[in-house]
Design a protein around this ligand. Structure first.
Ligand code: ADP
Length: 295
């Protein structure tokens, strides 16, 4: 099954054009949606999740017309929103059972089986009787995945799930997501390049409501081979360099300012060719839309 988004547009009542002709084909597996704050990621996620309407365009999930058949989509959909609130005084086990009932799992023993399997899957079985208010950020996110997976969705949407997780929790969460991606379409919205690098077979860069790039991380980096250059400069010269070159990143290290620029040809002036990274791809793509990008 594929999710096919075609020419999706959305302008909010305040005049902000959040989606400006977004077209994407998303196959099974982990698909990253990478973009800065305000890019339109949440608007796109919420539209796919049938929580808000678009002004124009179409979305198809297999045979389902997503913008028209909300109920049919919801039966196939798991969604972990950016702001995922939990009832602090309820245990994970009780809460999951409750959500399972709301999702229509009426048979008690089937429900118990589903809840147990999910608690095992997200590694919260040992903590199942603890109130959700005592969970760490990573545990809450894993609980969020468990509730999203109730009913075996074909499409899982996770919106900025790794923000605020410490490195160990992030790793655990990555492992869980990549396992789910083996059998599900997973859309991971993020502004963290590492999330995409680690997890995603394919990804899109979105900025200002437009798709700036779509492909594999490897293709994206290869495309920039021989086009990224770096040097260290005195801090007070950065504006002059910005005027002369396409600066895609500036980095302070040990008191020196390193700048990375994109240039098709050797820019001379002491710049050395460096190996491109996915961050270069990202910042180069969004620098087309934004005047100034500072790392
Ligand atoms: P992202 O998730 O990439 O940060 P959003 O989809 O939340 O981006 O926002 C895209 C743009 O739309 C931003 O400029 C944001 O301020 C604006 N926006 C989002 N939601 C609303 C809303 N309900 N009303 C008006 N503007 C909104």
């Amino acid at each position: 099954m594929e999710l096919i988004i075609d020419n999706l547009t959305k302008t909010y009542a305040n005049g902000v054009q959040a989606l400006n002709g977004v077209s994407l084909t998303i196959p099974q597996g982990m698909f990253g949606l990478l973009g800065p704050n305000g890019a339109g990621k949440s608007t796109l996620m919420r539209t796919i999740a049938t929580l808000q309407d678009a002004d124009g365009g179409t979305i198809r999930l297999g045979e389902i017309d997503v913008l028209k058949s909300h109920e049919a989509v919801r039966r196939q959909l798991g969604y972990l929103p950016q702001e995922f609130g939990v009832y602090p005084r309820v245990s994970a086990e009780v809460m999951l059972d409750h959500i399972a009932r709301l999702k229509g799992l009426a048979n008690r023993s089937e429900r118990q089986q589903a809840v147990e399997a999910l608690l095992q899957k997200v590694n919260l079985w040992a903590a199942r009787k603890r109130n959700l208010g005592t969970y760490s950020g990573g545990m809450k996110q894993r609980f969020g995945i468990a509730q999203a997976l109730l009913g075996n969705p074909k499409l899982l949407i996770v919106d900025e799930p790794t923000a605020g997780l410490d490195p160990a929790e992030r790793n655990r969460f990555y492992n869980l997501l990549s396992e789910i991606g083996e059998s599900t379409i997973v859309i991971l919205s993020t502004h963290i390049v590492e999330d995409v690098q680690t997890l995603c077979k394919r990804f899109a860069i979105i900025c200002g409501g437009e798709v700036m790039y779509v492909g594999t991380p490897h293709e994206a980096v290869t495309m920039l081979d021989g086009k990224i250059w770096a040097k260290s400069i005195p801090k007070n010269e950065v504006d002059a360099y910005r005027a002369d070159y396409r600066v895609i990143a500036t980095n302070l290290s040990e008191g020196l300012l390193y700048i990375r620029i994109a240039s098709e040809n050797d820019p001379g002036n002491g710049f050395a060719k460096v190996k491109p990274t996915l961050e270069d791809v990202y910042f180069r793509a969004i620098s087309e839309k934004m005047d100034l990008v500072t790392l």
